[in-house]
Design a protein around this ligand. Structure first.
Ligand SMILES: Nc1ncnc2c1ncn2[C@@H]1O[C@H](COP(=O)(O)OP(=O)(O)OP(=O)(O)O)[C@@H](O)[C@H]1O
Ligand SMILES: [Mg+2]
Length: 351
């Protein structure tokens, strides 16, 4: 979308229903500096920031040396989920800043955003919008780190839960009024005809929501817990979007908890081997098994990526949902498989 596939298809095949923003709308995700400027202009709560390029590198360096860490350095453009560095030491941050501007992440980091570090609990909120009306989808929390207790390297996500216990109706109301509505009116002000999903990556600081990032799509593994909770016919939702009938839609949500656990290849998110045979028992009940990094080799299912299979289950509590996924994970066997057994359990003390 950032490269313009939506624009291209709309032009080439008129009449096709395409859910997703055009190039202009996709800048919310495609350029961190665009998104930060957008938020600033529209008074949307977010971490304070400065934008640094080769031209004002010295300002960036002075900013780091003049402020306390941790330092959040973000490549402006898309960097495959690896473009954000959080560094405690000032001099190390200066070195990294220089490396980024010199092309550590290619074109994406020729411009860098240095952000104020926010401390709090992260969660994600999703909307489906025709640019004017929107439907709020269930919120989610994902687990990015590879290790138990949120330790070790960042990954594309090791699991997720929905709903999120600390996100109450008060918080959702704040998100609607201070973040979602100003985002939609900001897009209108810029004459951007946004049709599609917006993923708001949020953090709660002192009871208030702040935007960490926008994505212009659903995310993985959040989708694996958000969609199973939506009872409406999904195609009807998309048709309502097309027909500008979104305001008539009442989202019917499963009140139970969904939890997903990602089974990954040994070594992920660093190097890992592919092509391991996956044995999936035939008696798996009560979970949805999402294939991701898998492939068929004749009749045999084999691993074909780092993130192999996500197991989603529903329960009356996070623990119950995670337990069912854990039980079924034992019925999916491949060499080197790894998954976190503590998805959602940090939220127990908050309920
Ligand atoms: N200002 C900040 N303060 C504290 N932590 C932050 C801040 N900005 C980002 N982070 C942390 O870094 C992570 C990645 O940041 P961000 O979401 O902007 O990057 P991204 O590469 O677009 O991520 P994704 O791949 O999920 O789209 C966040 O989920 C959060 O944990
Ligand atoms: Mg992002």
């Amino acid at each position: 979308m950032v490269a313009g596939i939506t624009d291209y298809l709309r032009e080439q095949i008129p009449g096709l229903l395409i859910i997703g923003p055009d190039k202009q709308g996709a800048l919310l995700e495609g350029s961190k500096s665009y998104a930060k400027q957008f938020m600033k202009e529209n008074n949307i709560p977010t971490a304070s920031f400065i934008k640094v390029t080769l031209d004002n590198l010295i300002d960036g360096i002075n900013h780091i040396r003049g402020n306390k860490g941790p330092y959040v350095l973000k490549a402006d453009g898309l960097a495959g989920g690896k473009g954000v560095l959080i560094i405690d030491d000032a001099e190390e941050a200066v070195v990294m800043l220089k490396e980024m501007i010199n092309g550590k992440f290619g074109e994406a980091s020729i411009c860098v955003i240095i952000e104020q570090f926010l401390k709090g609990l992260e969660f994600s909120v999703f909307i489906l919008t025709d640019g004017q009306y929107y439907v709020l989808l269930p919120e989610a929390k994902d687990y990015k780190r590879i290790g138990v207790g949120d330790t070790g390297l960042n990954t594309g996500g090791m699991g997720a839960v929905s709903p999120v216990p600390f996100v109450d109706s008060d918080m959702i109301q704040k998100v609607r009024n201070r973040i979602i509505l100003p985002t939609l009116s900001g897009l209108q002000k810029r004459n951007i005809d946004y049709l599609g999903f917006i993923f708001f990556g949020l953090i709660e600081v002192g009871g208030e929501p702040f935007v960490i990032e926008y994505n212009c799509r659903m995310g993985d593994p959040e989708t694996e817990v958000v969609f199973p909770r939506i009872k409406n016919d999904f195609v009807e939702l998309l048709e309502a979007l097309r027909d500008q009938d979104l305001y008539e839609i009442r989202l019917d949500t499963d009140t139970r908890t969904a939890a997903t656990v990602m089974m990954v290849s040994g070594g992920y998110p660093e190097t890992y081997e592919k092509g391991k045979t996956i044995n999936i028992a035939s008696d798996i009940n009560d979970s949805i098994i999402f294939h991701s990094g898998t492939t068929l080799d004749g009749p045999t299912v084999k691993t074909n990526g780092g993130r192999v299979i996500a197991i989603t289950s529903m329960g009356d509590s996070i623990e119950e949902a995670v337990d069912i996924s854990m039980r079924n994970s034992e019925k999916i066997i491949f060499e080197g498989s790894y998954y976190r057994r503590d998805i959602g359990l940090d939220l127990k003390s908050l309920t």
